[in-house]
Design a binder for this molecule. Structure first.
Ligand code: SF4
Length: 231
């Protein structure tokens, strides 16, 4: 099985459903799937570019990234090389920023375009696994030790902050939208990754569909649909 560090993170959410996971991993395509809006990956790619260009020119990160500390170099790895194969699983993914500190330790950063709500963020367990998964891969390919993991949220302006927007944000070509960076440190939990990988493999290896979540309305509707189509 091939799985991204982010998808592996779904195993950590409270209402994780092994049945859904099994179906997603075994099915060759699912009906009624909608693509994720491309705007978020465009913003991430733009941010990545800004940070890397600033670093190349100035030998340091922009001031608003001060909290993540200093770097000796930004490590660039091809997605095809950033993976690790365990018993039955190939874990993949590519961090937004991977760098080596002057003392030889490594750090990994992932960018999120969202309002920061700290540990209230329902997706936080996914991000914790995602970043620890990246660290797991990095160390497996020799980029070690990975000591620090960070999420950098870029908050778009929301209603209460509109007053801070000036005419300077508008020009003849369009407008600029300021994003406020908020940095959140993630705990390194190497053991957690081995545990989640084992769990994912166990579910994947089930010969039959595992049981779903009790009372899940979606499964009820799906069963109705199957009965209707099969009738
Ligand atoms: S129980 Fe719900 S979450 Fe699980 S497979 Fe069915 S629809 Fe998916």
């Amino acid at each position: 099985m091939r799985i991204s560090a982010k998808d592996l993170g779904w195993l950590a959410v409270d209402d994780f459903c092994p049945r859904c996971f099994w179906i997603e991993r075994h099915a060759k395509g699912l009906p009624y799937q909608m693509g994720f809006p491309g705007i978020f990956s465009s913003i991430d790619a733009y941010t990545k570019n800004i940070v890397e260009r600033y670093f190349q020119k100035n030998g340091k990160f922009p001031q608003w990234l001060n909290e993540i500390g200093s770097a000796k170099r930004i490590v660039s790895v091809k997605p095809s090389e950033f993976k690790v194969e365990t018993d039955n699983i190939t874990l993949t993914g590519i961090p937004d920023l991977l760098f080596e500190r002057p003392d030889g330790n490594f750090a990994i950063v992932d960018y999120k375009t969202a309002k920061y709500t700290g540990n209230q963020d329902k997706l936080m367990p996914i991000y914790q696994i995602q970043l620890n998964g990246y660290a797991y891969i990095a160390e497996a390919i020799g980029l070690k030790p990975v000591k620090d993991l960070y999420l950098v949220y870029f908050e778009p302006p929301y209603k209460e902050t509109y007053e801070a927007i000036t005419d300077g944000h508008t020009n003849g070509d369009g407008f600029e939208m300021p994003f406020k960076p908020v940095i959140h440190k993630i705990k390194r939990e190497p053991k957690e990754i081995s545990k989640v990988l084992e769990e994912a493999n166990e579910i994947y290896e089930f010969e039959r569909l595992p049981k779903g979540l009790d009372g899940c309305k979606d499964c009820e509707m799906l069963n109705n649909l199957i009965n209707m189509v099969g009738a």
